[in-house]
Ligand binder design. Structure first.
Ligand SMILES: Nc1ncnc2c1ncn2[C@@H]1O[C@H](COP(=O)(O)OP(=O)(O)OP(=O)(O)O)[C@@H](O)[C@H]1O
Ligand SMILES: [Mg+2]
Length: 262
């Protein structure tokens, strides 16, 4: 799949060498809560970058900042070669929110048409993309059922389809496999790998460490910063273990120690 087929791609050339996402000293404060505390991050074209961190560590907040929905308190964000906020970036992003953004009283196809309208897809091209994505998430036979009658896994598949129907260059997937059975989880990740081969950069948050192991790089978010960032292999080696869960516990304990001594 060539980049130039992607919605919004021609106007967002950027530099071939510049990372797709650059966060520089990102701070987000909600009231007295400092959720992000000077976060630096660069994510390259073609990565599947996994965000891992405990509940409340700021994964969704970071995703929302990258999607341009939340303004950071301080620091800068560049996405697709442009400093946010920039409305031109939105068309090249796909954002699967943690909580479903589906309209329950519409059918799957109608939901997809709604998302297509946001991205400016119309006519035959829109219907072709919808048919294609429905087939890829195995919902073709259910396309004209109202979403209220869907199971949780079917809703997750449709949410994913809505985020990807316009073939974004960057997909932000916030816990896409919550409530999804192991077989379907595997097929989601096979699909992510395929998308990645086709040129889509993916940022995905997850609590499943087997999923984390399938990412090209991982960032462990805690205390408003990345406690560790690297390939799964690098993180395991740095923690001196072959077990991802033990590695994360190691970095969390080290981060806590630094917090105490700071
Ligand atoms: N709009 C908001 N107003 C006030 N506090 C907020 C807001 N959004 C998030 N927070 C707080 O910021 C912190 C980080 O929340 P966030 O949703 O980013 O975490 P998360 O890592 O995605 O957690 P989870 O794993 O549970 O999804 C939490 O303490 C949350 O209560
Ligand atoms: Mg979250």
């Amino acid at each position: 799949m060539a980049d130039d087929k992607r919605v919004g791609a021609p106007s967002l050339a950027g530099s071939a060498k510049e990372p797709l996402v650059i966060c520089d000293g990102l701070v987000k404060v909600f009231g007295r809560l400092r959720v992000l505390d000077g976060l630096d991050l660069a994510i390259g074209v073609g990565e599947t970058f996994g965000l891992v961190g405990p509940n409340g560590s700021g994964k969704t907040t970071l995703m929302r900042i990258l999607a341009g929905l939340v303004r950071p308190t301080a620091g800068s964000v560049r996405v697709l070669g442009r400093r946010l906020p920039d409305p031109r970036v939105a068309a090249s992003l796909g954002y699967m929110t943690q909580l479903s953004a589906l309209y329950l009283d519409l059918t799957a196809r109608e939901n997809l048409r709604f998302f297509c309208s946001i991205y400016g897809l119309r006519g035959q091209e829109r219907e072709r993309r919808i048919a294609e994505i429905l087939a890829r998430v195995d919902l073709s036979a259910d396309a004209d059922r109202v979403v209220a009658t869907f199971s949780g896994g079917m809703r997750q598949r449709l949410s994913l389809a809505c985020a990807l129907v316009h073939r974004p260059r960057l997909a932000l997937l916030d816990e896409p496999t919550v409530g999804v059975d192991p077989e379907l989880r595997r097929s989601f990740w096979d699909y992510f790998a395929q998308l990645n081969r086709e040129g889509t950069t993916i940022i995905v948050s997850t609590h499943h460490l087997d999923e984390a192991a399938r990412c090209s790089r991982l960032g462990l978010l805690r205390f408003g910063r990345l406690l560790a960032c690297g390939t799964p292999h690098e993180l395991l080696a740095g923690a001196g273990t072959s077990d991802m869960e033990a590695a994360f516990l190691y970095y969390a304990a080290r981060g806590r120690q630094e917090e105490v001594t700071a």
